[in-house]
Design a binder for this molecule. Sequence first.
Ligand SMILES: *Cc1c(COP(=O)(O)O)cnc(C)c1O
Length: 345
Amino acid sequence: MHVIDLRSDTVTHPTPEMREAMAHAVVGDDVYGEDPTVNRLEEMAATRLGKEAALFVVSGTMGNLASLLAHCGRGDEVIMGDRSHTFLHEQGGLAALGSIMPFVVPNQHDGTLLLGDIENAIRGADIHEPRTRLVSLENTQNACNGSPLTPAYVASVADLAHRYGLRVHVDGARIFNAAVALGTDVKALVAGVDSVTFCLSKGLAAPVGSMICGSGSFIGLARRARKVLGGGMRQAGILAAAGIVALETMVDRLADDHTRASNLARGLAALPGVSVGPVYTNIFYFSLDAACPLDGAAFADALRERGILLPNRGPRSFRVVTHCWIDDEDVERTLAAAVDVLGLA
Ligand SMILES: *Cc1c(COP(=O)(O)O)cnc(C)c1O
């Protein structure tokens, strides 16, 4: 019985085609800029996102931090959502390593920040205040039901920020999920922004790596930041080779992950005692009602015994993430297991 792992899209292993490409990658010293495979991946990513240049980094966390270090100086402030990954799940690296302040404003249920909240957060010229430098958005917004931000919304934030002389960064760890869900070219999602990061190692199934994209001069600064963070890798083409295959073969199929997330959510929502949140992409949340005889930990344990990994995230709440390892049969098996565990059979 194979394990159905719904914890995250990071659990995916490289595809056979990726392993093949990795084995045969032409490499060089990337700190010298001499790895042809890394250079090719960076060119591909820049073209794909409609930006001048790109940089291969170890992780999404490093991509966001290197971007913030490139945009901001000591004591500068970044406006970001209170449910954003950068605020919640990156150890406060911007403050710990960059002396950069987060100014958090509430994420709405759809993942957006209200334009009025952003505008109110922008500091003036008063000598008592830090300088606002940047607005950081997240697309898809992981903790807000994996919701995609639309091109029109991102453009409206970029217009507002640029009017005040601020820059805009997008944490696009799952930006291709957003593009596929909205049926739009990924370029349209980042057209007006100054920098964007995206992950190769989540739904795109590469083993390691994220990309930063932006102007040539910005990427030059990010490259310096990456080096001081210890992210200057040498024959990194071995890893970049998988990233190229990820971009070439793994983007369009994300639609299947979204369909399966919908199907799984619909099946769970039909069970008494289960409340399911909205599904926009490959992430959704559900919870067990107070009347349900099992708490979250007991439900998760019972699923694990049936070969399904879905740890509870709160006393009764769960996050589900679909990815290329989850097929239609796995959706059916998960639903059948939930029926069984909840004693509904
Ligand atoms: C996963 C994730 C990151 C960080 O990526 P790592 O590669 O795990 O460091 C950043 N932002 C969002 C929205 C993510 O989901």
